[in-house]
Design a protein around this ligand. Sequence first.
Ligand code: PEP
Ligand code: MG
Length: 571
Amino acid sequence: MQFKGTSISQGVAIGQAFLYQPYIYEPTKKKLASGDYNEALQRYETARRLARAELEGICQKLDDQEEAAIFRAHIDILYDDTLDEEIRDWITNDGYEGDWAIYSAFEKYIQILGKGKDQLIRERVADLQDVKNRLLRCYAGVPDRDLGKLEEPVIIVTHDLLPSDTATLDRSKVLGLVTEVGGATSHSAIIARSYGIPLLCVPGATELVDHGDLVIVDALEGKFIVSPEEDATNIYTKKRKDWLARREETARYRSAIPVCTDGTRVKVELNLGSATPEELDGADCTDGAGLFRTEFLYMGRSQPPAEDEQYELYKKVLLRFGERPVTLRTLDIGGDKTVECLKLPKEENPFLGKRALRLCFEDPKMFKTQLRAALRASAHGNLRIMFPMVTSLDDIRRAKAFVQETQEELSAAQLAFDAELKIGVMIEIPAIAMMADHVVQEVDFASIGTNDLTQYSLAVDRMNPSVAEYYQSYHPALFRTIGLVAREFRRADKPLCVCGELAADPLAAAVLIGLGVRELSMGISAVASIKKLICALSLEDAEKLARRVQELATAKEVEDYLKTALKKIME
Ligand code: PEP
Ligand code: MG
């Protein structure tokens, strides 16, 4: 039986399902049976000591100091005075059983923090849940069911993993993970991606398998197969082998310096979303952050982030990248990305409506808050500011005026910022690409957003699966447009980057280099394979590919030609 899933961490795994249900105990509201609260207090104290011993054991086993810090924080929660007082109060003054006292005291703070505006605070709820479950389990005298003691390599199928599950997990015995919940930035997702464990999110997964069933996780194509036929097992055994070989081969290039065989240096940069530790980990092996999508900071909250919160995040990212440039893209909301905190009106055609810069012009207060935070952060590193969804020279001039006004305000308030800060735009709309000769006079740099450039050039909604076949990334018109922009930026000797998905696709990246692009920005997972391509390519080869692609008539012709030509080059 085959089910659909969302790939959270890429890869393929085959193995026996290990159905994991963490200990969750929801006590009922009961008054002390014996009426003797001393006994309940003593039992609570013993449970607390036991939980502390378990946590200390976890800390000792962990090599990673950052992870160990999570569990030291759990000990602090366990011994938090306010929580302790409230638990004792529920027992002694209100006369309730110890388990209900623990549950109620923790739940109170879980509810409060869960409603918090700050995402970091909301994320602490998982820690409180974790400590609550541990303490309740110890109170009930149930031993720990630890994922660190797996006997055979397995595929874990679970509702979700708590921080303590992932920390104690014996990673050498985990072939794959299937969770019912958890997005791309969940705790399980971060751990899975950083250890290269394939992870699929499949709603209702724990109902689909029995403990010990043979299962396949195809987190390349989003498939979860339970009790496969022999044919499928053979096909997927080979698919896993190929995936492991590819991963090992390309990983060697992650830290390489990307230089073509003739010595041409191409910068490989990083696309950042929520600036998670895992994303920032790529800072050391790249030439900077070519695209920092700041809109993620506005998502999943009821109020937009305040200036100081934004400043702290931008500063953290800049410090991590040191002298290397970080290209901060101002808010790109609208279109496919909506945020609850900015009550946006519903539009018939959101991709053609009040999106990105248009929205910022309409809400100058919000725009200026972001610019102030970014400019203040610019004192701590090498910041570049970039505006999305630019249609005309008017847009560019208007956005620059906002920056200037903000700089004047900061100067008046004697707040530090980088006065040499570079300002650029995204080229995502055909009209602005056609104006590249003018654009280049107005900006310090530009970056081509091929995801939107494709959507707007081919008049095809990038989110609508029913027109997916018309979203042709290899359409020759796109390469002609990019060629035109690249020519103007080379002539003016100003930097031009490509930060859409095309930069992460080796077939297309070779053409982009041939067209004159010298900066490619992508997610960390593509870095090794793009560096590998660059190191195998000569500029002469790349220019030949670019010339030919611009002569071809259809996307299919381009794709077939590139596949054959690149195969020869990479041999
Ligand atoms: C793009 O459009 O190519 C791009 C990088 O921006 P986003 O995908 O965030 O719209
Ligand atoms: Mg875009």
